[in-house]
Design a protein. Structure first.
Length: 254
């Protein structure tokens, strides 16, 4: 079956952190993009010498899918010095178009999940699918009392992507814990980013604290391959079956 391509028009750009942009698009053909939170789109373009290439980006769009497909297509893009995709996005004016396909992927919450808790673990832009999942997580917490822990690794407070949104969500939902893990620099004392669940170190150092449970937990791992591998082994060590550990690795390419 042929992959359907569609044009995306840039409607908004904002910097989430140094070197990371949040880009908002709409389909230029007027069609919605129906997707399951956790899926990704592929962006197709050419290297300077004309060779075709593509990059994958998880959808960060927050949309209540009970209301039908939405219009916005939002992604987070890491700017890599000298990167071909970086040149594409940095040079894209508002109103400019790119060629995309999708959505693809199975890194999604499953309708048949009957777990007691989700352990969502991410580093860097690997947190974007969890942002898209918030409406579904909200429904799961309300309908079946599931608990959610989001362990998110960043080097510094300036690199905590969507941190304010996750903090606000946690404040409004007692079943949701947001645990930012800063490997290099902690928030300034008294700042809005300081709260009881802030940790100093790497996400994999704090897994044991949340006592992963083979019977009750389903874990999601997204981001840096080393983190994904380390957490995968740690979760298996706690007895989680491989089928209850869902993984997506982000490998940056130029």
């Amino acid at each position: 079956m042929a992959i359907q391509h569609f044009p995306l028009k840039l409607v908004d750009r904002r910097m989430l952190a140094p070197g990371i942009a949040h880009l908002s698009f709409v389909r230029s053909d007027g069609q919605p993009l129906d997707f399951i939170p956790g899926q990704f789109v592929q962006v197709h373009f050419q290297y300077a010498d004309g060779r075709p290439t593509k990059r994958s980006y998880s959808l960060a769009t927050v949309h209540d899918h009970a209301l039908g497909p939405g219009e916005a297509v939002e992604i987070a893009v890491s700017y890599v010095p000298g990167g071909a995709a970086t040149a594409l996005f940095e040079g894209l004016p508002e109103g400019g178009e790119i060629d995309a396909s999708g959505p693809f992927g199975r890194f999604c919450l499953m309708p048949a999940d009957a777990n007691r808790r989700y352990l969502l673990i991410a580093t860097g832009t690997g947190v974007t699918p969890y942002r898209a999942m918030l409406p579904l997580l909200e429904r799961a917490m309300a309908e079946r009392g599931v608990e959610v822990v989001l362990l998110f690794g960043a080097r510094s407070p300036a690199e905590l992507l969507y941190g304010e949104e996750f903090r606000a969500f946690a404040a409004n939902h007692p079943g949701f814990r947001f645990v930012p893990c800063f490997s290099r620099e902690l928030p300034a004392p008294g700042s809005a980013q300081t709260h009881a669940d802030v940790r100093h170190g790497y996400v994999q150092q704090f897994l044991d604290e949340f006592a992963p449970d083979a019977e009750g937990d389903i874990a999601y791992l997204c981001g840096n391959p080393n983190m994904v591998d380390a957490c995968f082994e740690a979760l298996k060590g706690h007895g989680l079956p491989v089928a209850r550990i869902r993984r997506e690795k982000y490998v940056s390419s130029k």
